[in-house]
Design a binder for this molecule. Structure first.
Ligand SMILES: *Cc1c(COP(=O)(O)O)cnc(C)c1O
Length: 434
């Protein structure tokens, strides 16, 4: 057992082995949610805001018109993938029905092709609404929000800057949405972030600033520059409640989707959700929303790379953002660029510490193999960060004991959350599938 400031740190984290950390602090959903800073009313508010903006989104992004401006993704079954992946699971395979293995297709979310289209776009819209109400461009929350596409609104937004530090996908969401409304968007990225993401952002009118250090350095620099300018708003991945709430809305929509698919979640059919985790906002917000909707009938697992298991480290040690993966000798770097974060959000860690069932850590080799297996079996390409969500299927034996204690486990839906993919250019896709 390693120690850091007298905290317990699992050996498997230090030695960068794949493992499953089961959360000893998992509690009853109702009790943990009651202690949280955010409530059902906060998620209601976020959901209502996205509905107010839907007519504007439908005009600005025609690909969302069929869904009336609601940015959402489908759920797809993965029968062939599941059958194959579960082959290696030994006796534990009896605990999962391959017909109940599903993929949440956030890789195909409109506008920006990743889970960040939930939180990132939501936060830009909220900021735009605040400014427009203050300036009198909107009379009330019942006003026609397509007014925000008028020359007057563009003129207002053009006087404001939105900045963010990003490994890539958050920058894409903020940059695309911010620029589309007329804001000046400045995205701070580490120099080793994918070139295509920087090129795409610049082509949409966003400014990209690059930093030699890691993602943490880009965030710190961006925050400092933004704080120094009163006309600038900083989207803070580590502390943002708006991002978190934007992600949380997904749970209500998922509930309706599973009902429509004839798979309503309840005591007879529990839900297992597998959520790729970087700084924690996306998986944390989604898990929070899922717990509000499904209570103890949902079991949430995070997935992190063996070299960047920041949330697992923060939760297992109880130190949250007071510890980073470099403190225990890990590099923080991984091909799953959306998950390449060394220090977790303390806000998210504290909010979800009693709600999460556990965390899987996964190697880059396994992530590459999963990306490939999904493509081979189902013809679906998702980015490596997203493919990590599928690892549970190959590692059922590690949580067989947990599964065996869940009533009606064999009926459970197992939902891997595919967090990104459809913006990846063909050439990058081909090399990732090699
Ligand atoms: C950002 C991201 C995640 C993780 O979200 P966090 O809020 O950083 O935890 C997972 N997958 C992809 C593809 C991402 O872009």
């Amino acid at each position: 057992m390693a120690t850091f400031k007298d905290a317990f740190i699992p050996d498997e984290l230090v030695s960068a082995q794949e493992f499953l950390w089961l959360n000893p602090n998992l509690g009853p959903a109702e009790e943990c949610l009651a202690k949280a800073e955010l409530s059902v009313a906060d998620v209601d508010d976020a959901e209502a805001r996205l509905i107010r903006f839907a007519p504007l989104i439908a005009q600005l992004f025609p690909e969302t018109a069929a869904a009336q401006g609601i940015i959402e993704s489908p759920v797809t079954p993965l029968p062939v993938f599941a059958e194959r992946a579960l082959e290696g699971a030994g006796e534990a395979v009896a605990l999962i029905d391959p017909a109940n293995v599903l993929l949440k297709r956030d890789d195909s979310l409109p506008v920006s092709g990743s889970v960040k289209a939930r939180g990132g776009i939501y936060e830009v819209l909220k900021h735009a609404e605040d400014l427009a109400l203050e300036a009198g461009l909107l009379d009330s929350l019942e006003d026609d929000y397509t007014k925000l596409l008028s020359p007057e609104a563009r003129e207002l937004f053009s006087q404001h800057i939105i900045q963010v530090g990003s490994t890539g996908n958050l920058g894409l969401s903020i940059g695309i949405m911010g620029s589309a409304l007329g804001f000046r968007a400045i995205i701070h990225m580490s120099a080793d972030a994918w070139q295509w993401k920087k090129d795409l952002l610049r082509s949409r009118g966003a400014e990209v600033m690059e930093y030699e250090g890691d993602y943490g350095a880009a965030v710190a620099e961006g925050r400092a520059l933004s704080d120094a300018n009163p006309a600038s708003y900083f989207v803070d991945d580590e502390t943002s409640q708006a991002l978190f709430l934007g992600y949380a809305v997904s749970a209500r929509r998922l509930q309706r989707q599973l009902e429509d698919a004839g798979m309503p979640i309840g005591p007879d059919r529990p839900l297992f959700a597998y959520l790729p985790c970087g700084v924690g906002g996306a998986p944390g917000g989604i898990a929070f929303g899922l717990k509000q909707v499904f209570g103890d009938n949902v079991h949430c697992f995070f997935v992190e790379p063996v070299q960047a298991p920041c949330m697992t480290l923060g939760l297992a040690s109880g130190l949250h953002s007071e510890i980073c993966v470099q403190d225990i000798g890990l590099t923080g770097s991984t091909t799953a660029d959306g998950l390449a974060v060394g220090r977790p959000s303390a806000f998210v860690g504290r909010t979800i510490e009693g709600l999460i069932s556990g965390c899987f850590t996964v190697s880059d080799e396994s992530i590459a193999a999963l990306t490939h297996h999904l493509w081979d079996t189902e013809g679906i390409f998702i980015e490596p960060s997203a493919a990590s969500s599928l690892v549970f299927a190959e590692r059922v034996s590690e949580f067989a004991e947990y599964l065996a204690k869940v009533p009606n486990a064999r009926n459970a839906c197992h939902l891997a959350w595919a967090t990104g993919g459809n913006m990846v250019p063909d050439a990058e896709r081909a090399s990732l599938l090699e």
